[in-house]
Design a protein around this ligand. Sequence first.
Ligand SMILES: [Ca+2]
Ligand SMILES: [Ca+2]
Ligand SMILES: [Ca+2]
Ligand SMILES: [Ca+2]
Length: 351
Amino acid sequence: MFALFVATCLWWNVSGLKAAGPDEIPFRKQTIDLGRSESVTVADINRDGRLDIVSGENWYEQALPAQKGEGPRWIKHHFRDLGYTDGYIKDLSDVAIDVNGDGYPDIVSCSYWEEPLTWWENPGAQDKPWRKTIIQTGAPVEFVFLVDFLNTGQAKQLLPQFGDENFPMSWYELVGKGSEAKWVRHIVSPHSYGHGIGLGDINKDGRNDIITPKGWFEAPADPREGQWIFHQEFDLGATGFIYVEDVNGDGLPDLVTSMAHSYGIVWYEQKKSPDGSRTWIKHVIDDAWSQAHAMTLVDLNGDGKMDLVTGKRYYAHEHDPGANEPLGIYWYEPVQSNGRLQWIRHVIEYQ
Ligand SMILES: [Ca+2]
Ligand SMILES: [Ca+2]
Ligand SMILES: [Ca+2]
Ligand SMILES: [Ca+2]
């Protein structure tokens, strides 16, 4: 699970990319708030053309620099009370999407405790509080993604990771506008499949599939009503986020994931036999540090290949292996060397 960490945000100094050497991207840390938070997202909350930051109970309005040459100022707006328990703030993901269609991004949040999946209506120009609507109750949600279930190229549906395996695995589609806007639930399976989840097209049929630690669900032609076929082809363990990406460039989508509560950032190479059967070969990207609970894939150095950005979660659990070892934020660059894929670790911050 999660624990508290200091809410800081890294300002990515991409303009200095070339100056520091061929492989290194310099990062300079800008501390915005030393308060507590678990999650963060970025959206233009007030529609002034500048991206703002949303994290926990606050959003931080990006304002122009006080003086020329300085970075942006961040004006803190406390917009909701979430509560704390056992060292956690009750907000484990924030994702931004305009739920009611008024042009202002709203926030979907999840929690392991009461009110596990909610959306919060941005009041926009009106001087009133953000209004909360509960989307789902009945099981804890450890993280939630905005993903593309309808295969339109737009990530507008919700995929929660339910913390209770007895709870049906489900995704949520946004329908209606204004006061009619609501999240419609679609059940894929009568139960859930453990710690970790992701969405991506495993079999390259143009339909995004669901990946769980215990196997993957092949998407039907109609993701709302059709039967999802389970393929029990791997057992990944208690992972964090699971991504589908052809990292070795052989045309077959692979899996990239991490052990959320132990050591190991890994990728699984998809192999396909002439008879169509699939096997998955595990490759370790890095096992020098533990608790990579969250990660993202992004082309950080602009070479057209996805890099991996992740960091050590402070006390994902206080009893996890390596829980008291040094914290760090890293990115990993995939490089082909002698016909083998290797991942170069770059340190963003280490302490
Ligand atoms: Ca703004
Ligand atoms: Ca809105
Ligand atoms: Ca597919
Ligand atoms: Ca591949």
